[in-house]
Design a protein around this ligand. Structure first.
Ligand code: C2E
Length: 349
């Protein structure tokens, strides 16, 4: 099922909905930026939809709706993202390039036809000709026609070379856009969309090698935001991500799952290896005392809780995620700053 929203914004109720959007944004202390307006429009249009529930959760947790948060919500839930705009623009450039090349080919083709006719005409005249002057005229015409063909061919080659360059530039740009669409802007880790796709892909293949999924959460993260402000909260998120990136090399796939939650896919590693990697992350994160950059205040240690589950044969991505999540909550209940593993499915049942 798609997460993306569809809201009817035409019809008699649309104006009432739009007015309500402003009222509700003001009530929640959300700036009426165009993006926030769009998000709230969909949220109020369908409060029980995936976007509505995500926003309600953020509001219930009193998470400030920063530009970052709005971008994340948009990337995850809005159907028309920057990606589709970029793709539309790229499509327009490609159309232009293709028409220009097609035009050049048509012109070159016509010139070749004319050339063929000129040659045929020359051959007929040659058969009838017995004078040197006629011969000279024929050679002159042929040489003019040959120059014209050469010129058209050169133009066509140039157009093709330009088009090749433009298409290569476009491909590079689209690759970058695609990478951006899959990356969390704050932490540079893969975003939720990329994570969902990756998890679905690895779970679609039945393999004899193990597959583990871990979910990690920064303990008492709200406290950093509330006490030190949002900017410091963002730095804490970046700090944890750098530790994750350092340890998640090779086939490990780390992503920002949402808010202060992260997820890691460990293909081909045993539970023991995963436990020790998560322990390294936990210890490394908590080993450093952070300071508030602007005032040098001691922020104290950041700790994380983690849970992981090993996929059982035939288990769905949703079930694996649910078990990893349950293990994370076991760590939270157990006092935080811990790593827990989920029991195998049959034991959990
Ligand atoms: P960042 O602020 O973008 O810093 C990136 C990297 O630049 C850091 O990687 C570190 O190697 C270097 N760096 C930046 N500022 C300083 C500094 O004042 N002193 C020193 N010695 N090095 C500095 P690192 O350490 O892996 O940190 C990654 C991210 O974690 C940082 O990104 C920042 O967002 C956060 N972070 C790390 N330590 C602290 C801290 O003590 N306080 C705050 N507020 N954030 C921190």
């Amino acid at each position: 099922m798609s997460n993306q929203v569809e809201t009817v914004v035409r019809g008699p109720e649309a104006y009432a909905l739009a007015r309500n959007v402003i009222v509700e944004m003001e009530k929640s202390g959300v700036w009426p930026t165009p993006l926030n307006f769009e998000l709230w429009l969909h949220y109020l249009g369908d409060p029980e939809g995936p976007l509505g529930l995500a926003i309600q959760k953020l509001l219930a947790e009193a998470t400030p709706i920063s530009d970052e948060t709005s971008e994340m919500l948009a990337a995850q839930f809005l159907p028309r993202g920057r990606l589709s705009e970029e793709i539309r623009d790229a499509g327009a450039v490609l159309d232009r390039e293709l028409s220009s090349v097609a035009e050049a080919i048509t012109k070159a083709h016509k010139t070749q036809l004319d050339y063929g006719q000129t040659l045929a005409g020359a051959s007929e005249t040659l058969e009838a000709a017995d004078q040197v002057t006629v011969l000279k005229d024929i050679v002159g015409d042929l040489s003019t026609a040959t120059r014209r063909v050469r010129r058209e061919t050169a133009i066509l080659e140039k157009r093709l070379a330009n088009s090749n360059q433009e298409v290569a530039r476009l491909r590079e740009h689209l690759d970058q856009v695609r990478r951006d669409a899959m990356t969390d802007a704050l932490t540079n880790l893969a975003n939720r969309k990329a994570f969902d796709e990756q998890l679905a892909a690895v779970c679609a293949v039945e393999s004899k090698t193990p597959l583990c999924l871990a979910v990690l959460d920064i303990d008492h993260f709200k406290r950093f935001n509330d006490t030190w402000g949002h900017q410091t909260g963002d730095q804490v998120l970046r700090y944890v991500s750098t530790v994750l990136s350092r340890i998640c090399v090779g086939r490990r796939f780390a992503a920002r799952f949402g808010g202060e939650e992260f997820a890691i896919i460990f293909p081909g590693e045993s539970s023991g290896a995963v436990m020790s990697a998560l322990e390294s992350i936990r210890q490394e994160v908590s080993s450093r005392g952070l300071r508030r950059r602007s005032t040098n205040d001691d922020l104290g240690a950041v700790t994380i809780s983690a849970g992981f589950a090993e996929r059982q044969a035939g288990e769905s991505a949703a079930s694996l995620l649910e078990r990893a999540d349950a293990a994370l909550y076991a760590s939270k209940r157990g006092g935080r700053n811990k790593v827990s593993s989920a029991p195998p499915l049959k034991d959990a049942a």
